[in-house]
Design a protein around this ligand. Structure first.
Ligand code: OAD
Length: 247
């Protein structure tokens, strides 16, 4: 866990600038029992992402992709926000955090009470028809019965997430880049920063003069490049400590 003086420095920055933004990745939801994508326990150890999580793979074999997607939906449905999600919502309500840009599709930031959330990779709670674009809530159509859900028009439904090979939704990308360009502090929490273009967000913030604070038990390529303050630790422990110090 990070030294108290590093955390005190982060608290001071948050209070003085009143203009922080958070970028979150799968690591923030690990303590909500949603496995990360990379690493020994990661989803991509079990499923080849190019086969199960790419748009090409989905079009070629939607039933096969739905095995992985169903597993993820079951996990997301059961998951509850943890102290890190609640901590970010609290910082927003205190006026110390402007928004959260998340790569996660689990909707746990909103469940914790965060109001301004940019869903960079979409979310699992909606399904969209790959032919007519009609959308549904997941639980209206997905029954976890091993059968891929279908639209009224008969075509397969896909979760409203960004699969490999698909572009980031225009509005999410514009909002995220604008938040990165205009914040004074960027909290980068629980991401390996290996997926583009999300991994450009810290660089955009850095080039615009923001202080980059990275919270992650492991270092990443950001740590030696754009990170100004590295806080080693689990997101929930770090956010709990930050809030204690601010109170
Ligand atoms: P990764 O699985 O690549 O990285 C998770 C990061 O979280 C790692 O750096 C871990 O060290 C860190 N971590 C683990 N436990 C943590 C904890 N308790 N607190 C803080 N950090 C912790 O996940 P992402 O970087 O989010 O894309 O992956 C980015 C994208 O790759 C995902 O959005 C997904 C995936 O393919 C799509 O589905 C399009």
């Amino acid at each position: 866990m990070a030294a108290d003086d590093q955390l005190a420095k982060v608290c001071k920055l948050l209070v003085e600038c009143g203009n922080a933004v958070a970028l979150t990745g799968a690591g923030i939801s690990v303590e909500s029992d949603i496995p990360a994508f990379r690493g020994s326990q990661g989803l991509w150890e079990k499923y080849d992402p190019m086969e199960y999580a790419s748009i090409g793979g989905f079009v070629r074999g939607p039933e096969k992709c739905w095995q992985m997607l169903s597993e993820l939906l079951v996990i997301c449905e059961k998951a509850l926000p943890n102290a890190a999600h609640y901590g970010l919502a609290k910082l927003e309500s205190m006026g110390l955090l402007r928004s959260v840009i998340t790569q996660n599709v689990d909707c746990l930031h909103q469940a914790a009470g965060s109001l301004l959330v940019v869903e960079y990779h979409g979310n699992m709670k909606e399904l969209v028809c790959i032919s007519c674009w009609k959308s549904y809530l997941s639980n209206e159509r997905w029954k976890n019965d091993g059968i891929a859900p279908r639209c009224d028009c008969g075509e397969i439904l896909k979760p409203n997430i960004v699969m490999f090979g698909e572009p980031i939704p225009w509005l999410a990308r514009e909002c995220a880049e604008e938040e990165a360009r205009s914040c004074a502090v960027l909290l980068v929490i629980g991401t390996s920063a290996q997926v583009a273009p999300a991994c450009d967000i810290p660089r955009i913030a850095d080039e615009s003069g923001a202080v980059i604070v990275e919270i992650n038990p492991e270092t990443t390529w950001l740590t030696e490049t754009v990170t100004d303050i590295y806080i080693p630790g689990m997101a929930s422990d770090v956010l709990r400590k930050v809030l204690e110090m601010l109170n």
